[in-house]
Design a protein around this ligand. Structure first.
Ligand code: ADE
Ligand code: ZN
Length: 330
């Protein structure tokens, strides 16, 4: 591992906590909750992690969520991620969770948020990792489902900083969520949306113009539109890029073809993130390392990407400045 990648403190801004459910923990929670998994071993499960597109991954990801039943399950899931985050020198994380993937199975909203929050609060105290939680709407479901869920999110605004949009992108443009995002903005939530992962540049444009997002998750396909790319760069709107996810979901044919350098050259505030590390073969440092090896990132580019992770975070500017000063002093 490149020493710089290991040694620099960093922020992670795009990580679905349900996507950090390692197969071993999935089996452990299934046993604890008396659930029979449709796989007989960890190896049989891992063999399914061979995806041709986003939907093939999502089908397995939602199935995996079924083992999460109790507040302790959510705690254990988040704690396992935090231990990996500590190893990778993450000092701040902004994590996603998908409430509807739990409430639609009859798991109360409180069970998920209380378990997650307790783990991240412990992580802050014991591991020194600060955090924000972002609740995502599943875009393949009707907007009305998001509107119905929203009061639960609002009730827990003391624990939830932002609202996101994820799941199957194509056929579910950001415009579908305009009303609920407008309400969330009025209520003071930060807003993010997955856009331009598989979907076209037009979806990135809609996320900016209609949802008025503060950050774009993935955003790769904005590069198809030069004017849009220049606008995003000028506005300093960040992209949370996920290299191993892009590889595993065939957003890029190989890591060598990853557009990260072109993003930086065009002045985009790009950051590196793990997305669903248990499913895509690596946590944040693996994403940095494999990308650096494939496209030949130099030390300066690695430093810029890590600086960007703080600049693009939802931390107060005074705290961002402290992190940037620390990076400068290393
Ligand atoms: N949910 C979890 N990971 C996702 C991804 N990469 N894209 C869209 N929805 C997701
Ligand atoms: Zn994602």
């Amino acid at each position: 591992m490149n020493n710089l990648i290991n040694k620099l403190p960093k922020a992670e801004l795009h990580m679905h906590v349900e996507g950090s459910l390692e197969p071993e923990l999935m089996f452990k929670l299934a046993k604890r909750n008396g659930i029979e998994l449709p796989y007989t071993s960890v190896d049989e499960l891992k063999a399914k992690y061979d995806f041709n597109n986003l939907q093939e991954f999502l089908d397995i990801y939602y199935q995996g969520c079924d083992v999460l039943r109790t507040e302790q399950d959510f705690y254990d899931l988040a704690w396992a991620y935090l231990e990996k985050a500590k190893q990778d020198n993450i000092v701040h994380t902004e994590i996603f969770f998908d409430p509807q993937s739990h409430t639609d199975r009859g798991i109360p909203f409180e069970t998920a948020i209380n378990g997650l929050y307790r783990a991240f609060d412990d992580g802050q105290q014991k591991l020194g990792i600060s955090f924000h939680i972002i609740a995502c709407f599943l875009r393949h479901l009707p907007e009305q489902d998001a509107i119905d869920l929203y009061p639960d999110i609002l009730k827990h605004q003391d624990k939830i900083l932002g609202i996101g949009l994820d799941s199957s992108e194509i056929g579910h443009p950001p415009e579908k969520y305009e009303r609920v995002f407008a309400q969330a903005r009025t209520d003071g939530f930060k807003l993010v949306a997955h856009a331009g992962e598989e979907g076209p540049a037009e979806y990135v444009k809609q996320a900016i113009d209609l949802l008025q997002v503060d950050r774009i998750d993935h955003g790769n396909r904005c590069l198809d539109d030069d004017i849009l790319t220049a606008q995003i760069a000028k506005a300093g709107l960040a992209l949370t890029v996920c290299p191993l996810s892009n590889l595993k979901l065939k957003v890029v044919p190989s890591l060598k073809d990853h557009p990260i350098k072109s993003m930086l050259k065009k002045g985009l505030l790009a950051t590196i993130n793990s997305d669903d590390p248990a499913y895509f073969g690596g946590y944040i440092n693996d994403n940095f390392q494999q990308l650096a090896d494939a496209v030949g990132l130099n030390d300066n580019e690695i430093i810029v990407l890590i600086e960007n992770s703080f600049k693009a975070s939802f931390l107060p500017q005074s705290i961002i400045d402290i992190h940037l000063e620390t990076l400068n002093s290393i």
